[in-house]
Design a protein around this ligand. Structure first.
Ligand code: SAM
Length: 377
């Protein structure tokens, strides 16, 4: 993996997180970061304080380390990577305040810089929050890959922020340039929809996986969820809006369910969904932001349920699924079970067999398989 980058006048060593990924060709920054840093150095050299949004691995926090910096992210892993990369480059962490995607934004900064997220609804949520928090005439410079900047992206800036222009493309990246004008337009989040076949309503913050409808994988997984009246410790790993754990709690009313996701908006959506649909079972639930099951108590869970992701930000990768399976095995009690849903072509069967020494097919259709592996060693 290339780790050395020049941003402005300085060279940094930047790592992606988690550190032990197999795909070493991926970098911790992109050409949009480089363009953004060069532009801000040329046009906003006088800024003392800066609000950064969606800095994946801390490249921007490193480049603007000499300023008072607020960095907003929905990703727990991005927060960790930002601290790691600052420290690894011998930079101060005391001038940085890391905020999660649901926390209030600062109401006074000289400049906002934003990496354009792929999710338009999440962009709208962020622009509405910026517009509500900051006074008039604060410059906003956004950057993204040209292929990810659409008419709808520019329209969101015009609708939520004000007059907007774009730059020429440089190394396949572009800038969007705007200025706050207090339009006070609200974004429509969280969104809610009725969960088919039951009485539940599912609420979703802007950046949640499958925000606008039930994921088809989750729908198929519902057919293979456990049903028991015994007290069991179940983990919903990569919980998203918590639908898997919610349906499990309905069938296992005495279960203790731990919901885990690296997205702050996901974990908060899961909490909202238990609170509003099964309020009497809320006390039996825990809601945790984490990178998979890092530092979970070993041998503590009876069952881990998981609909794993196969990408990190824009990159398609199976390292997260691997990490989830490996750490699930550590967290399971002897005799405990990992039960997953996956796309057929991803061949999780082989992975689980190698890791657990066994793997059973519980069900399948044209697209998905549901697999079960037991911890025997
Ligand atoms: N369980 C939900 C469902 O079935 O609708 C969501 C499944 S979605 C395919 C995978 C989830 O894993 C996403 O919510 C994503 O935020 C989460 N995730 C991705 N990387 C993670 C990591 N390193 N640690 C914990 N969760 C992660």
């Amino acid at each position: 993996m290339t780790t050395q980058v020049q941003l402005g006048d300085n060279t940094y060593t930047l790592e992606r997180f988690p550190l032990d990924q197999k795909n070493r060709s991926l970098q911790a920054w992109d050409s949009a970061d480089e363009y953004l840093v060069t532009y801000v150095r040329e046009h906003h050299a006088q800024a003392n304080s800066i609000l950064i949004l969606n800095d994946s691995f801390g490249a921007l926090a490193c480049a603007f380390n000499q300023l008072t910096t607020y960095s907003v992210n929905d990703s727990y892993i991005s927060h960790q990577a930002t601290y790691y990369n600052l420290q690894a480059n011998g930079l101060e962490t005391s001038s940085l305040t890391q905020l999660n995607s649901l926390e209030a934004l600062p109401n006074k900064v000289d400049l906002v810089i934003l990496k354009v997220p792929r999710n338009l609804g999440y962009l709208q949520h962020q622009l509405a929050a910026i517009s509500a928090a900051l006074p008039k005439d604060v410059d906003i410079i956004a950057a993204g890959k040209t292929k990810d900047i659409h008419n709808s992206t520019i329209k969101a800036f015009s609708q939520f922020i004000g007059e907007t222009s774009t730059s020429l493309a440089v190394k396949k990246s572009r800038l969007i340039i705007s200025k706050t004008s207090q339009l006070n337009k609200q974004a429509a989040f969280p969104v809610s929809w009725p969960l088919e076949g039951c009485e539940f309503d599912i609420q979703n913050h802007a950046n949640v996986f499958s925000r606008d409808s039930l994921d088809i994988g989750a729908r198929f997984f519902f057919n293979y969820l456990p049903q028991t009246s015994k007290a069991r410790h179940i983990i919903d790993l990569g919980c998203g809006n918590g639908v898997v754990g919610l349906m499990t709690l309905k069938r296992c009313p005495k279960a203790h369910v731990t919901f885990v996701d690296e997205s702050y908006m996901a974990v908060e959506s899961a909490r909202l969904n238990i609170q509003s649909n099964l309020p009497e079972q809320l006390a039996n639930c825990e809601f945790i932001q984490n990178d998979c099951l890092t530092d979970f108590e070993p041998q503590s869970a009876d069952l881990v349920l998981c609909n794993p992701p196969f990408h990190q930000a824009q990159a398609v990768t199976d390292h997260i699924a691997w990490q989830m399976f490996k750490q699930a095995k550590q967290a399971l009690k002897q005799g405990g079970e990992l039960r997953i849903i996956g796309n057929r072509h991803l061949d999780y069967h082989e992975k689980l067999k190698r890791m657990f020494g066994n793997c059973k097919l519980l069900g399948s259709n044209k697209k998905f398989v549901v697999l079960s592996a037991k911890k025997t060693t």
